[in-house]
Design a protein around this ligand. Structure first.
Ligand code: AHR
Length: 620
């Protein structure tokens, strides 16, 4: 195979191309990106057995020293948003240490090089110290602790007690750690005391208050994506009425955020709310595609035409909150919450997957246009994204978000799917993933294999070749907690103290690191597409050829000959991603680590002529 890369004649490429979808599913927010380390901190509901519900419990909390813990609704509650609290009943005659500990989200990361802060709200009589500490279940050691002095009476109502920031004396050998709050039992004997919004944060990315996990933010940053769509996805839609994602219940003090049952089995605390998400996007340098709820619940329930206007009004309030200056009602609210400058939003996506669940007729009939017209009138420069082909008469200028999931073979077959696509509406593929190899039929269970990632790479080559209309792509899902069963595909997986970078992560990083600003035509001699697939682009400094070998030949006798027209270069950089075989998967560092490798070498050629040999039959 010889590939002749023309020096001109292609199309301009989208500058976004590689992005992210963020939503709080799979413990990607709570128990994931969101830096809160305590699980069930505000008693907002239950997520046992993979079903999120408003059934309140003391799950993940355990008594110490003979006390009992119970859910309680007695007045006063810490806020009307959080009407359930944890009551600790201390038996009469108690003299020793009492309290409780939290399991965390499958443990805790205890790192002696980082600062932590613990805090809690408490109601009741107590004069004494509260010892707050990490305990290792593996070694039995106290890894790090701090004390809070309290002199509190019931008449004071709820008091928020802060510990001083503390740095653990020891790093945990693993994540098998718990976090304790303990009290002098003699001071509490025969009494009940009440707790809510208990919290432990490790130092966050950019040291933000109520911010995100450093290691996971670093993972996103290093992938070099260009945009982020938030807040979802199915999770924005809500599992059913009335649980759609409500922006105004995710802002302000944590005691004012009621949380809700998320769609995929998790309770969302909404501690990682609208402002925190926008702040993270800004800190990561990402363009935001703001998803707005457009009247369709995941269970298919749809808001009627007659009732849609309040939801449109709410979105307009949200936009004023984000974009208005401090002289506007909602802009002032944002400023009062510590964000004086308006954010920038250039893209808004109306709804999510409105082609599913029978939602499409109402989307066309009134839902899309209700939101489109209101937003477009107030913010004419914002690009609006539809989730079904836009109506050509009324929505010129809007674009479309396609979501593509399927097996590995399907992704290979999509290579040329956009070659003949209409140029009328630009397209985002704001969710995609090869969800299985195809040999195990269906479902989304199991990790990404090298074969699946190569198939995704072939699909992305097709997007890049058509990047005049393909504006961007994002993997679904972005982050998943590794401990949450079953294992399914996600770009990054995490535990309390480790990050698993999937082969798909590395593929996207390679593509994002090596983006062109325009496509270049390629003439192939000797073979067509398959088993080798390609795409050529250029930016101001380089010509970039991306190749994928999908069950193809290896070695110098099968090398691809590359001719860069008009080039006199004698060297080129060859970056390659591969793994031992098509079924190889990456794992957590503690479970064997990565099967994939990235190698960078210098190719020597002559006057723009190079020979590229694959080392793996599946290689990018
Ligand atoms: O990627 C996860 C989910 O898949 C998204 O929430 C939803 O939009 C899609 O169906």
């Amino acid at each position: 195979l010889t590939l002749n890369i023309a020096s001109s004649g292609g199309n301009q490429s989208s500058s976004l191309l590689y992005g992210f979808l963020y939503e709080d599913i799979y413990h990607s927010g709570d128990g994931g990106l969101y830096g809160e380390m305590l699980r069930n901190r505000g008693f907002q509901g239950s997520s046992s057995n993979g079903v999120a519900s408003l059934l309140r419990s003391t799950d993940y909390w355990h008594p110490v020293g003979g006390v009992s813990l119970a859910i309680d609704t007695s007045s006063p509650t810490v806020s009307s948003s959080l009407p359930y609290q944890m009551r600790m009943d201390v038996p009469a005659g108690t003299t020793g240490t009492v309290g409780f500990y939290n399991e965390g989200f499958w443990g805790f990361d205890v790192d002696a090089t980082k600062r932590y802060i613990a805090s809690f709200y408490m109601r009741g009589n107590y004069s004494g110290t509260v010892d707050c500490y990490f305990h290792s279940n593996t070694t039995g050691q106290v890894l790090g602790s701090t004390s809070v002095s309290i002199d509190q009476t019931s008449s004071k109502g709820w008091v928020q007690s802060y510990s001083a920031t503390f740095q653990p004396g020891h790093t945990g050998s693993d994540a098998n750690n718990t976090f304790y709050f303990t009290f002098d039992g003699s001071q509490l004997a025969g009494q009940s005391v009440y707790f809510n919004v208990l919290s432990v944060f490790k130092q966050t990315f950019d040291n933000r208050y109520n911010g995100v996990r450093q290691d996971l933010a670093d993972a996103l940053h290093n992938m070099n994506g260009k945009y982020i769509r938030l807040p979802g996805g199915n999770n924005m839609e809500g599992i059913g009425a009335p649980y759609y994602w409500k922006w105004n219940e995710t802002i302000g003090p944590l005691t004012g955020r009621p949380g809700r049952p998320g769609t995929w089995g998790d309770i969302n605390t909404d501690g990682f709310g609208l402002l925190e998400m926008m702040q993270m996007a800004g800190d990561l340098g990402l363009e935001v595609i703001l998803g707005i709820w457009a009247g369709l619940y995941l269970d298919g329930d749809v808001v009627s035409d007659a009732n849609i206007q309040p939801y449109v009004d709410s979105v307009m309030n949200e936009l004023e909150f984000l974009l208005g200056n401090a002289s506007t009602t909602y802009g002032a609210q944002r400023a009062a919450l510590g964000f004086p400058s308006p954010f920038t939003i250039n893209w808004i996506e109306i709804g999510n997957e409105d082609y599913l669940n029978g939602g499409d007729s109402s989307y066309y009939a009134y839902r899309f246009m209700a939101f489109y017209n209101a937003i477009h009138a107030a913010y004419p420069s914002i690009n609006l994204v539809s989730t079904i082909n836009p109506n050509p008469v009324t929505t010129a200028g809007s674009s479309l978000d396609l979501h593509i999931y399927g097996n590995e073979h399907y992704f290979v077959s999509l290579f040329n799917t956009f070659d003949q696509a209409s140029r009328q509406y630009p397209v985002f593929v704001n969710e995609y993933a090869a969800t299985n190899t195809g040999s195990n039929s269906k479902g989304q269970v199991g990790a990404q294999t090298l074969g699946m990632s190569c198939a995704e790479a072939i699909f992305l080559l097709g997007c890049e070749r058509n990047s005049d209309i393909i504006l961007g792509s994002a993997y679904g899902a972005m982050i998943k907690n590794f401990n949450e069963a079953p294992d399914t595909v996600a770009l990054i997986k995490h535990t309390a103290n480790e990050v698993l970078y999937t082969i798909s992560y590395y593929l996207q990083k390679l593509f994002a690191d090596n983006m062109g600003t325009k496509t270049l035509p390629v003439t192939a001699v000797g073979a067509g597409f398959g088993p080798v697939y390609w795409s050529a682009t250029a930016n101001s400094s380089s010509t970039i050829l991306k190749l994928v070998n999908y069950n193809g030949n290896t070695g110098s006798s099968n090398a691809v000959q590359v001719i860069v027209e008009g080039s006199s270069k004698t060297t080129a950089t060859l970056i390659s991603l591969t793994a031992p075989n098509s079924t190889s998967v990456n794992n957590l560092p503690s479970l064997g680590g990565e099967a994939s490798t990235i190698t960078t070498t210098t190719l020597t050629g002559s006057a723009g002529h190079f020979s590229v040999a694959f080392t793996g039959s599946y290689e990018i």
